[in-house]
Each structure stands twice: as C-alpha cells, then as structure tokens.
Design a protein around this ligand. Structure first.
Ligand SMILES: C[S@@+](CC[C@H](N)C(=O)[O-])C[C@H]1O[C@@H](n2cnc3c(N)ncnc32)[C@H](O)[C@@H]1O
Length: 216
C-alpha cells in the first residue's frame, strides 16, 4: 500500500536543460516550493527561489522517508529532467506515495527535441534506455531488429559508440545513427552517421541516439 502524505508532492518536468523550454505552469509550481529536490544541474536553473534545496543523490530510500516527513508541514517539489513520465524516478515516487498524492507537471522530453533536431516524426518510433543500465543491450538489440526507428537514452558509460559496438556484435550494420548531444544547450551537436563510423565517435555528453533503418 502507498504511504500517506499530508500535502501532495509536485513533480515538475524541467525539459532538456535550458530555462526557455520550461513551461509557465512548471515555473509557477516551482515558486510554490518550500523544499526543492533535484540534481545539482536542475537546482542551478532556479537560483532565485527561497525554498530549501535538497540535492538528489543515490540515497533514494532516505529521500523517500524525508519527503514523507517534510510533506506534513511543507510543499515538496521534485525536479525531473525532460518529461517526468519518461524514464525518471517519477515511477518510484508514484509507487511509494500513490497516484492521488502526486501532481505531475509534464515537461518537454529530450526525445521530442531529438526528433525535432533531425526533422523526423516520432509517432512510429519505439523507445529504449541504456541510461544506468549496462544490462539493457539484449533488449535494445531486439527492439532495433524488430523496429525501423528506435530512440535510445544513453549515459557516460553506455555511450553512442558502445551502442554501435553492440550492434555490430549482433550483426546489425545497416542503420543510420543520429547522435543528438546536449540538446538545447550551447554545446548541442547533432551527428548523422552509420553504425561502423559511430564506433569511433567521441560523444559522451548527455545524448539521445536515434537508430533508423534507411529503407524506412
Ligand atoms: C534519466 S534520463 C531522463 C529522461 C527525461 N525524463 C526525458 O524525458 O528526456 C536522462 C537521459 O535523458 C537524455 N537527455 C536528457 N537531457 C538531454 C539533453 N539536453 N540532450 C540530450 N539528451 C538528454 C540523456 O540520454 C540522459 O542520459
């Protein structure tokens, strides 16, 4: 059973990292925070709030306990990158506190920016993530074999080059790869390449990789 809260928690999608992509509704809710929880990077986007800032680290168990306690007297707002309902700890918060205790403010996902950057529609895409999941390659390879357009979230270890290496090992060579790095940020780069060339690509920033069957 979900733990009971006094005040709902507000989970705010902060988009890809630049403030102009954060919605007015998200900003309005962030202003209401007594306690603002988020990564260092996201907290830095809001230097002007008077809220107490809690840096989100890996100690989720303690954080969940603290959120429950804080919620009795204060408004807790949790910042999430991109959209809260796409590969984020929203799932953990909703599981712990229940849907009725969580108010979720959508944000612009890195996926949306990536497809916009390469001028492709995404209603026919499927999604995967190797962010923090070095064990996710078997599932990723299966998705790529079965689908013509796959968008993948990466991280500093599970890089676009590593994905390309895994594809070659699985015998998949005939795909375009679009590597969309640091979207919306001043160092944004978009590379269009093939699987073989991507093996040597040095891209270990925050990136979304779109893998497309050229016959599609
Ligand atoms: C934990 S996931 C969160 C995804 C997020 N909820 C969303 O909707 O974009 C973090 C991953 O999203 C992707 N990402 C987030 N911001 C990005 C950006 N500005 N440029 C490229 N990729 C980004 C990267 O793959 C990063 O490792």
């Amino acid at each position: 059973m979900a733990d009971e809260l006094r005040n709902s928690i507000i989970i705010v999608g902060c988009g890809p990292g630049i403030k102009s992509y954060i919605s007015p509704k998200a900003l309005y809710n962030i202003k209401k925070a007594d306690i603002l929880v988020g990564s260092r990077r996201l907290l830095k986007l809001f230097p002007d709030t008077s809220a107490k800032r809690i840096i989100l680290e890996k100690n989720y168990k303690l954080l969940l306990k603290n959120i429950a306690n804080w919620s009795f007297t204060r408004q807790v707002v949790v910042l999430v990158s991109g959209d809260p309902c796409f590969f984020s700890y929203t799932k953990m918060l909703v599981k712990k506190f229940g849907r009725e205790s969580c108010i979720i403010i959508p944000g612009l996902s890195s996926i949306q920016l990536a497809f916009a950057a390469i001028g492709e529609s995404w209603e026919d895409a499927v999604f995967a993530s190797v962010h923090g999941r070095s064990s996710g390659y078997a599932e990723l390879v299966k998705k790529i074999k079965e689908n013509d357009k796959v968008a993948v979230l990466t991280d500093k270890v599970n890089t676009p080059a590593k994905i390309a290496t895994k594809l070659i090992e699985a015998g998949i060579r005939k795909r375009q790869m679009f590597i969309c790095e640091n979207l919306s940020l001043p160092n944004e780069t978009i590379h269009e390449t093939d699987v073989q060339s991507a093996v040597n690509l040095n891209a270990n920033g925050s990136s979304v990789v779109i893998i497309k069957n050229p016959s599609d």
